[in-house]
Design a protein around this ligand. Structure first.
Ligand code: ATP
Length: 216
């Protein structure tokens, strides 16, 4: 079973990494692939470039058994749509291998506005991770899919290549990339919110307003 977990990772932090490990263990897979998404240039002004986000991710997972980085969305020109990524992966994995995409409830709330959202269950399973904040509107197409195609347990995902929706409620760390960027811009330390090698590289490159000479 192939599991992908996408995000902007601007920058990657321990909330992301903790969830990735939790997914690996709960879903019973050897690997979880982190998939950084492309950010349109006009949104990239205050954050890091795609190459820099990728570099930080690679530093974050170095030596961690079972976490990998898949940079396919950064290599594709222009905006990247989940359906395109899943279609590409499906072609590589063949029609029988279970494929799982992971999404937080925040992002899943707008599932029926994603491009080609109706094709997604024909390509992959969806694991929805419960996050604090507004919950799904029970009348929405997303909530209906969750009810009608619900998987009871992770094992159900191993039994079919695609089409099931599993809600997981793992403990989450209260960390956000927005909070980390704000701390750095304020000259405060984000240490212990993200891996040391990631923070060291942010300092070295002067990302998010970090002072390169400020020291680690
Ligand atoms: P930002 O603050 O810039 O919006 P973020 O920290 O929320 O960023 P993203 O890159 O947007 O991180 O998130 C990627 C994925 O990780 C999303 O599915 C999101 O729901 C999830 N995620 C973000 N923060 C956490 C966390 N602390 N614990 C678990 N999952 C998280």
């Amino acid at each position: 079973m192939h599991v992908i977990y996408g995000g902007t990772f601007d920058p990657v932090h321990h909330g992301h990494l903790r969830l990735a490990i939790e997914l690996r263990d709960r879903l019973g897979v050897d690997e979880v692939a982190l998939v950084p998404c492309h950010i349109p240039p006009h949104r990239g002004e205050t954050g890091a470039t795609s190459e820099q986000r990728l570099r930080l991710l690679e530093l974050a997972i170095a030596g961690e058994r079972g976490l990998t980085v898949d940079d396919r969305e950064l290599r594709r020109a222009g905006a990247s749509y989940t359906a395109d990524t899943l279609r590409q992966l499906r072609a590589e994995l063949g029609e029988h291998e279970p494929l799982v995409m992971v999404v937080g409830t925040d992002a899943f709330a707008g599932f029926d506005r994603w491009r080609e959202w109706e094709a997604i269950p024909q390509l992959a399973h969806v694991v929805v991770v419960r996050r604090p904040g507004p919950q799904l509107n029970p009348q929405s197409a997303a909530a209906t899919l969750l009810r009608e195609r619900a998987a009871e347990e992770p094992q159900d995902l191993h039994a079919a290549p695609c089409g099931r929706f599993l809600v997981l409620d793992p403990p989450l760390l209260d960390i956000s990339a927005t909070g980390i960027r704000a701390r750095i811009a304020d000259g405060r330390s984000p240490r212990y919110l993200l891996p040391d090698p990631v923070w060291r590289e942010i300092c070295r490159l002067g990302l998010y307003g970090a002072c390169p000479e400020g020291g680690f």
